[in-house]
Design a protein around this ligand. Structure first.
Ligand code: COA
Length: 434
């Protein structure tokens, strides 16, 4: 006979009032013991709560956004007799006791810092902690132990579920690839210095935000894996600034501010079309062949500084939009970014990114490419400078540009041509229309 079982939040260590960020099952769905039911996210970790029983989900009480602690009831499962018999440690309806829950059995705690495990070559991709791959907690744990990013694996199980064999096959393929690579590909650097700073004075410990931890790991990978070169240039934006101010007079009654960034995004399309290798990504196929994927769409990301850290929302199809539409989207996405309300899809699909520090200051910087893009445009503060023209110095508003590019894809001469053309377009925005 079928029996209705309540499922509680098990012992999740020291965490309390942890927000539910994802419900992984629906009422009526069938689950196996160990299948993930929902995901919790504390400041330090995401936690998947697995099902203690096999059966059919009857009612779900937890909602995304609810805060739960050990013992909170999250749902009920209808368990048939035969199934109850197969799940001996959880057969009676009771809260799981702490000793049944440990790192090796029930709760999946994914540390947000990425780790390089011993014994695995550095070029085995480390686990992406935000992985949405379809895999059970035990497989996630197995992958984590090996430092494998589940997002890179196509599962061979039902509904593309990733099986243990899939992880093993992936690791074998990565190891054999690394053996065939040239010697000395590892970084072979010294360990990070361990210093007791308290010996030298008063200190405090401040954990990095979740965004800082995730973006830090990405920036680190991009810095280490992409051979960066930065090309510096200047654009005369005297006329553009005049046009912007005039246009702002007309649009401000509709509460629309035409920012320099909106014009920069539009101006970027002309050089991207002229030099398509900038509108591209490197594609490393499984058999070791490397191709360049040239994109026929023009989506531009822009870095936004938020209290939680740096995020990069994306505006799509800039080539098909006017400055007013771009400015409106910029302002909407920047506001969402600052409120921490961007959806993952708002931050996907960029062809190239602009990082504008011009409103803050500085003369130049070396931005880090946002992989798998191959270039990023840094913009610093425009200042009036004396420019020699027609036998005299004239005051012009000059905008510093810092273009970092992936030297595997773009050579120096092309990068110089790119910034030269961008500078021409910014000097005469009519070129952006051609
Ligand atoms: N030179 C001189 N002044 C500039 C400028 C530039 N390049 N860009 C903007 N300004 C001025 C504007 O004219 C504006 O002045 P105003 O209010 O008198 O009109 C002011 O700075 C604010 O500019 P605004 O256009 O409203 O915003 P923005 O484009 O400077 O900034 C973001 C928008 C989203 C880019 C910005 O908020 C941000 O987060 N920047 C940081 C990005 C970052 O951290 N990058 C680093 C990644 S490594």
């Amino acid at each position: 006979m079928a029996e209705l079982k309540k499922v509680f939040i098990p012992d999740i260590g020291d965490f309390k009032d942890v927000p539910v960020i994802e419900i992984l099952v629906t009422a009526g769905s069938t689950v196996n013991a160990e299948d993930s039911l929902l995901t919790l996210e504390s400041d330090k970790a995401t936690i998947e709560v697995p099902s203690p029983y096999a059966g059919v989900i009857k009612e779900i009480f937890a909602k995304v956004g609810d805060k739960v602690s050990e013992g909170s009831v999250i749902l009920t499962i209808e368990v048939s007799d035969s199934v109850v018999a197969k799940t001996p440690t959880q057969a009676t309806e009771q809260k799981p006791v702490p000793e049944t829950i440990n790192a090796a059995s029930e709760v999946e705690i994914k540390e947000i810092t990425s780790r390089q495990p011993q014994g695995i070559q550095q070029n085995v991709p480390v686990q992406d902690v935000s992985s949405k791959a379809h895999a059970s907690p035990s497989i996630r744990r197995f992958a984590r132990e090996l430092g494998v990013n589940l997002d890179l694996i196509t599962g061979s199980g039902p509904k593309h579920r990733i099986l243990k064999e899939d992880v093993q096959t992936f690791v074998k393929s990565q190891l054999s690839k690394s053996r065939s690579d040239a010697m000395g590909s590892g970084l072979n650097v010294l360990p990070w210095p361990q210093v007791n700073f308290a010996k030298f004075g008063s200190i405090e410990l401040k954990p990095l935000t979740r965004i800082q931890q995730i973006s830090g790991a990405n920036l680190h990978r991009n810095w280490v894996m992409i051979p960066h070169v930065t090309q510096f240039d200047e654009a005369d934006i005297t006329d553009l600034e005049e046009l912007r101010k005039e246009s702002n007079e007309n649009t401000k009654k509709n509460n629309i501010k035409l920012t320099l960034l909106a014009f920069l995004m539009k101006a970027l399309i002309a050089p991207l079309k002229k030099f398509p290798q900038f509108n591209a990504s490197l594609d490393n196929s499984a058999d070791g062949e490397v191709n360049l994927i040239i994109k026929h769409y023009y989506h531009i990301g822009f870095a936004v500084d938020t209290p939680q850290g740096l995020v990069v929302p994306v505006i799509r199809d800039i080539d098909q939009k006017g400055i007013i539409a771009i400015a409106e989207e910029l302002s909407k996405l920047s506001a969402l970014a600052r409120e921490g309300k961007l959806k993952p899809t708002d931050m996907q699909g960029a062809c190239m990114t602009i990082s504008s520090l011009g409103g803050i200051g500085g003369t130049a910087f070396t931005p880090i490419i946002n992989a798998p893009e191959v270039a990023i445009l840094g913009v610093s503060k425009a200042t009036i400078k004396p420019v020699y023209r027609d036998d005299q110095f004239v005051p012009r508003l000059m905008l510093p540009l810092s273009l970092s590019y992936d030297h595997r894809v773009i050579d120096g001469a092309t990068a110089a041509r790119f910034t030269t053309h961008l500078s021409e377009v910014l000097t005469d925005m009519r070129l952006a229309l051609l």
